[in-house]
Design a protein around this ligand. Structure first.
Ligand code: AMP
Ligand code: MG
Length: 420
């Protein structure tokens, strides 16, 4: 009688040959360097680009001491008595239409928000706090020097450093630069990133599907993620799992791109094939990373291009892109950005997890009525389930050593909104 022995189920996912996520990140960061090459661009074209110069303020902002309110510009000294003081209104100061005279003792000037504070005045009293009869205003006590006044240079002083090289330019930055009268700035040149999908089963949208074939979705998620990063794209389409085709594609990318991203063909079964081709074209390491999804990852150089060989599964592509490729490309773009924000949230239900690998589960983060954050799992965590990624709004990041997570426990959550 034959007996079948079952292997005891593996209690953890620990694999001594694996690289930790943090180690892989360090290795990548140690190799990539910012591209050189700069451009002078008009302000609007600078959105999303990397600033390549230090900006110091050429002027004081605001340029003049001005009023923060609609009201009356007065001398606090005149209001020192008890009760109310009548002041004579001697003129009006408008934004863009300054009052040319001086606020003398016993006088007040009607002033609008943004108008230059007239000489002699040291305080603005809100119009709601005064009584007016013809050319007299009646004002109570308790007003202070500097009240409702914006000092010249209080936002930025002339000569002050406003932004440093390496800053990714966002809408507020365009506004700030405009407020300084700066029309053109120096930015780093755009990164050129080539990408293609590998796999004989892949068809491009628009083509009919035969049995066993699937549509290539990775090139679309990559297109989206790369576009948001603000790089120049070189979409090389689908490349068959054939030696000559792959070799040709790698050669072409290496000539034109700063970075090359592929998906598929790096898992154990397939890697040997690609390894062989890449050996001749550059230096590529095939890593097993202690993470889920995204265990296999190839990283190195093909020609002069930095190469990322991502796994084929659609969710793995997105996870490895966000965790490894995006920070590396930002480094190559010369950006000095903080890592994406994470927050703590309570798990709505128990999460299954085996110790050994860092997991990036797909979650839905919500704010409760009491203001606290709760995260729900999207359910099935299969690395091919792109619909879960589409429904999710965050990654639930569970560290290597962590096991099952009980309902109510706090976990680290990385909102997609923080990923660009
Ligand atoms: P691979 O890493 O090449 O073994 O692929 C792993 C899984 O991902 C397989 O089920 C592939 O069919 C699938 N896959 C690979 N590339 C793509 C792609 N570009 N779009 C959608 N699915 C893909
Ligand atoms: Mg494949």
């Amino acid at each position: 009688m034959s007996q079948i022995t079952l292997q005891p189920s593996c209690a953890d996912d620990y694999d001594p040959a694996s690289l930790l996520v943090s180690e892989a990140l360090q290795r990548i960061d140690a190799v990539v360097t910012p591209v050189t090459g700069y451009e002078q661009v008009p302000l609007r074209s600078a959105l999303g680009r990397t600033l390549a110069q230090t900006i110091t303020s050429p002027i004081n902002v605001p340029a003049h001491t001005n009023s923060a309110m609609d009201g009356y510009a007065v001398r606090v000294e005149d209001l020192s008595g008890e009760g109310v003081t009548p002041l004579r209104v001697i003129g009006t100061a408008l934004a863009g239409g300054p009052f040319q005279g001086v606020v003398t003792p016993g006088a007040a000037v009607r002033i609008m928000t943004g108008a230059v504070l007239p000489a002699g005045a040291d305080c603005v009293v809100m119009q709601e706090q005064v009584g007016r009869q013809e050319d007299t205003v009646v004002i109570g006590s308790g007003h202070k020097v500097g009240q409702n006044i914006r000092r010249a240079g209080e936002d930025l002083a002339k000569g002050e450093v406003v932004m440093s090289a390496g800053h990714r330019l966002l809408p507020a930055d365009l506004g700030l630069l405009a407020s300084l009268g700066i029309a053109e700035i120096q930015v780093r040149r755009r990164l050129r990133v080539a990408f293609f999908s590998t796999g004989d089963e892949l068809r491009s949208i628009g083509e009919p599907l035969d049995e066993g074939e699937i549509y290539d979705s990775n090139r679309y998620t990559l297109y989206g993620m790369l576009t948001r990063l603000g790089v120049d794209l070189i979409d090389m389409g689908v490349v068959r799992d054939r030696r000559e085709d792959l070799e040709q594609a790698f050669r072409e990318a290496a000539q034109h791109a700063d970075a090359l991203i592929t998906s598929g063909g790096v898992s154990v079964g397939e890697a040997d094939f690609i390894k062989d081709i890449l050996k001749a074209l550059g230096e590529v390491n095939f890593w097993k990373i202690a993470m889920k999804p995204g265990r296999p990852l190839a990283f190195g150089r093909v020609g002069k291009a930095v190469f990322f060989g991502l796994p084929g599964n659609p969710v793995s592509v997105m996870v490895t892109f966000y965790q490894f490729v995006q920070p590396a490309l930002q480094h190559m773009m010369g950006q000095h950005e903080e890592p994406p924000l994470t927050v703590k949230a309570a798990c709505a239900k128990r999460l299954r997890k085996r110790p050994g690998r860092m997991e990036f589960q797909r979650g839905i983060l919500e704010r409760q009525a009491d203001g606290s954050l709760v995260v729900h799992s999207t359910g099935d965590q299969g690395s091919g389930i792109l619909s879960a990624m589409s429904r999710a709004n965050c990654f639930i990041i569970l560290p290597e050593e962590c096991g099952n997570v009980e309902a109510g426990a706090l976990v680290d959550v990385q909102p997609f909104a923080a990923l660009l």
